[in-house]
Design a binder for this molecule. Structure first.
Ligand SMILES: [Mn+2]
Length: 319
């Protein structure tokens, strides 16, 4: 489906909706999920279509201080109503939605917008392409939809792009993306861009630094430039804990394991372009991007599982 066909389908689906359009994204929404969900809502607003976003376990303090986030119209995960039109962003399969997955059951149309190449194409309309972020993907068809790039809309797309490219240092950063960013930053202005990136990145919680310190203490090199570590306490929804490990000189890839609720969450990152970390994530039933992926395992015996995980990682890089 090309962008023209998608926009036709998108418009047809949303404007005929008699009830609110529901916007869903993955558990523990990150910057891409938050930015793109809000961008979709702001687009629907302009089309005079009412919508609700359901955040599933949003805990990141950062978003709560962003005025555009505060103004978003949100629904409750406990909502039992049925929504005929559901739009999902940044979610490669229905399981990524957590409990919110049940909203897909009675939906007549599911519009699936995602940039994970392992997306299961679970939508009735799928806009799934390889791109840096969902923000970049939305920008690909937005000019055809006849909506105005307002300042909040541009901000939402910037939040999505800036966070999912690791501030333009991941391998998904392309020349084209800077053209997109050129338009978006011109729109919001230099001062607002400075404000935005500062509240996004200038501060981390003390807890996060403490968790990073645990991860550094538990770090081992399982192979040449391959770091493995774990955090042996439930640190809830904190994200970005693997990045400091990857930033250590000489580390080409990093794997971090930690318990969250009744699961072990695994994060995989690589900064060596030759390394495909997604294949490793897939060995644990996970997926994602070639240089940034994740997986979750049921938590049974943490210490024993850590040893097993470490062996799998070691074998993967030493074979
Ligand atoms: Mn994303």
């Amino acid at each position: 489906m090309d962008s023209k066909a998608f926009v036709l389908e998108f418009r047809k689906a949303v404007v005929t909706s008699k009830s609110d359009v529901l916007i869903l994204t993955h558990l523990q929404p990150d910057g891409d999920a938050v930015g793109s969900a809000i961008a979709i809502q702001l687009i629907l607003d302009q089309l005079k279509v009412k919508s609700k976003i359901i955040w599933n376990k949003v805990s990141h303090e950062t978003w709560k201080t962003w005025d555009v986030f505060q103004e978003a119209v949100v629904g409750e995960i406990s909502d039992t109503s049925q929504y005929p039109i559901v739009i999902t962003v940044d979610s490669s399969n229905p399981d990524r939605l957590g409990d919110a997955k049940r909203f897909l059951e009675h939906a007549q149309k599911i519009i699936n917008i995602d940039h994970h190449t392992d997306n299961s194409l679970f939508g009735t309309i799928n806009w799934v392409h390889d791109a840096s972020s969902v923000g970049e993907l939305i920008d690909a068809w937005l000019p055809l939809l006849d909506v105005v790039y307002t300042v909040p809309l541009a901000e939402a797309l910037i939040v999505s792009i800036v966070t999912d490219t690791g501030r333009f240092k991941y391998s998904n950063t392309t020349a084209h993306l800077f053209l997109v960013m050129n338009r978006l930053t011109a729109l919001i202005g230099q001062n607002r861009y400075f404000e935005l990136v500062n509240f996004l990145f200038a501060e981390e919680s003390l807890l996060k630094w403490q968790l990073i310190s645990i991860a550094i203490q538990n770090l081992t090199l399982v192979s040449d430039g391959i770091a493995f570590s774990y955090i042996d306490r439930d640190c809830g929804e904190e994200d970005g804990l693997v990045d400091p490990i990857l930033s250590i000189r000489g580390v080409r890839a990093a794997v971090l394991a930690r318990p969250v609720g009744n699961q072990i969450r695994l994060s995989f990152r690589a900064k060596d372009i030759q390394l495909n970390i997604r294949n490793l994530a897939q060995q644990f039933g996970g997926g994602g991007h070639i240089h940034a992926s994740g997986a979750t395992l049921p938590l049974t015996d943490f210490s024993a599982q850590i040893e097993e995980i470490k062996l799998v990682v070691e074998a993967y890089f030493n074979e």
